[in-house]
Design a protein around this ligand. Structure first.
Ligand code: UDP
Length: 335
């Protein structure tokens, strides 16, 4: 089996590539390194099963050649991070919409199976618990850039389902809820790695809004396992499936947990959304997946506990910090 992983040097993509290689699959990684990094896949590059192309997936000829080589395409390349999305809305919309359109167009020639990574953002401002895949969607106005991300991902879903219905391209769409674990960077605003870094550096842990908003954090290893199982599940073809943990926690409680596990003296500081993002920013107050469909298809769901995940991320960030600091400080004394 050969898998093409777009966004393969990113946080989730690198874990997915690792899992596929461990199963003996040949993996082609395609990543333009806009948010991914060579470091994420350094350990894989010497493996004869792995081929890396650090190029844009918008290069149609290259993309079509790589899709032709693959049996399955995992399409994970996308604009990520709320901060980045607000700062670069044109790039967000273009990357998400054009990228997915190209992948589906290339895959349709030989009916290759495509996994499309969508997002829980598409549920928008609904606040009821446990979003089901067939729930109505409530988005904010187009004047607020945040919603462009959800809209572009929703269009990806429509497009993928259209390719399935009209052109028989086998597609599986995963709506990924907040996914966390080692290698996730806080650079694009993600809360858990940001809090861990702040706690380890002893700087204030910045909780936005009143901190009562909730999220469910799924461990990247469980999310990757879910994706791989879904792709080999014939009943999942043509379906949208939530992938995530359904254990809910408020952002203030997350800050407290991280502070305690890191044994940090950092104060917890509350910042208004206007200060944190931009005036008029709208957050989702609650986001919980219903994982019944996931369970019924693959008999598996993300369950790794948050304390275990937080400890692992703390270890990872500590390790990164050690690598960034020379083990033996330069001896500057002159003989
Ligand atoms: N958040 C926060 N402090 C930060 C970064 C994020 O309080 O330094 C909040 C953010 O406002 C949101 C939650 O944490 O309510 C999750 O944010 P993230 O960007 O990780 O994911 P998403 O908003 O897409 O769920």
């Amino acid at each position: 089996m050969t898998a093409l992983v777009t966004g393969g040097a990113g946080f989730i993509g690198s874990h997915l590539s690792e899992t596929l290689v461990a199963r003996g699959e040949r993996v082609i990684i395609l990543d333009d390194l806009s948010t991914g990094s060579v470091t994420n896949v350094r350990h894989l590059r010497t493996n004869p099963l792995v081929h890396c192309y650090f190029e844009s997936m918008m290069e149609r000829t290259l993309l079509c050649e790589l899709v032709d080589e693959a049996d399955v395409v995992y399409h994970l390349a996308a604009a990520v991070g709320v901060r980045r999305i607000i700062e670069s809305p044109v790039r967000t919309i273009e990357t998400n919409v054009k990228g997915t359109e190209l992948v589906l167009e290339c895959a349709s020639k030989k009916k290759k199976t495509v996994f499309i990574a969508s997002t829980s953002e598409v549920y928008g401002k609904n606040v009821h618990a446990a979003f089901r895949e067939d729930d109505d969607i409530v988005l904010g106005p187009s004047s607020r850039s945040r919603w462009s991300y959800a809209t572009s991902k929703l269009l990806d879903e429509f497009l993928a389902l259209a390719y399935w219905k009209e052109k028989n391209v086998p597609v599986v769409i995963g709506r990924l809820f907040n996914t966390v674990g080692p290698r996730q960077t806080g650079r694009y605003g993600m809360v858990l790695p940001t809090f861990v870094r702040q706690a380890l550096e002893g700087t204030p842990i910045t909780v936005y809004g009143n901190g009562q908003q909730t999220r469910c954090f799924g461990y990247v290893g469980d999310v990757v396992e879910s994706i791989v199982r879904l792709v080999s599940c014939p009943a999942a073809v043509g379906h949208v499936v939530n992938i995530g943990s359904d254990k809910e926690i408020s952002i203030t409680a997350l800050a407290e947990l991280i502070k305690a596990r890191a044994q940090s003296a950092s104060p917890i500081q509350f910042l208004s959304y206007d200060e944190a993002y931009a005036p008029g920013f709208e957050d989702m107050l609650r986001r919980v997946p219903c994982v019944e469909k996931l369970m019924s298809l693959i008999c598996f769901r993300p369950t790794t506990g948050l304390t275990v995940i937080v400890d692992e991320v703390i270890e990872y960030v500590r390790g990164e910090k050690r690598k960034a600091t020379p083990a033996h400080p330069l001896n500057l004394s002159v003989a």
